[in-house]
Ligand binder design. Structure first.
Ligand SMILES: [Zn+2]
Length: 129
């Protein structure tokens, strides 16, 4: 079981770094924001599946999991998956939370306070369109 030892090392370092980046209160705030957003998307998805008219700003959708030609319900599902994955990172104190998935830069507390499920810095977001 040497492999298990090796695997556990990076995640414990991640937890250390994460604890330095955000205090308990900030993390609780992010978590509440993520849960609220998840509920909102789930409601939008339920409306779309029920055939109700539902408009959503496409630019609000994160780049991850979004492909051209996707139907609205597929986009919302991908968005919901994304928000859920962010919550999982936060709950696991994974240091990837709050960082740009592409370049790894810390997105900063101001941006995260507004969108704790963000996963792209403005530079990378602009490049991906
Ligand atoms: Zn970036």
């Amino acid at each position: 079981m040497i492999g298990f030892e090796d695997c556990s090392l990076p995640s414990s370092i991640g937890i250390c770094i994460m604890a330095l980046r955000f205090d308990e209160q900030t993390r609780a705030h992010y978590r509440a924001g993520i849960l609220r957003k998840g509920k909102q998307i789930a409601e939008a998805l339920a409306d779309v599946l029920a055939g109700k008219e539902r408009r959503i700003q496409l630019r609000e959708l994160p780049a991850s999991g979004q492909k051209p030609g996707m139907r609205l319900e597929e986009r919302l599902r991908a968005y919901l998956d994304h928000v859920e994955a962010c919550r999982a990172l936060l709950d696991a104190s994974d240091d990837r939370f709050g960082r740009c998935r592409r370049c790894g830069v810390d997105l900063g507390e101001l941006a995260l306070a507004e969108m704790p499920w963000a996963d792209r810095c403005p530079d990378c977001a602009a490049e991906l369109g």
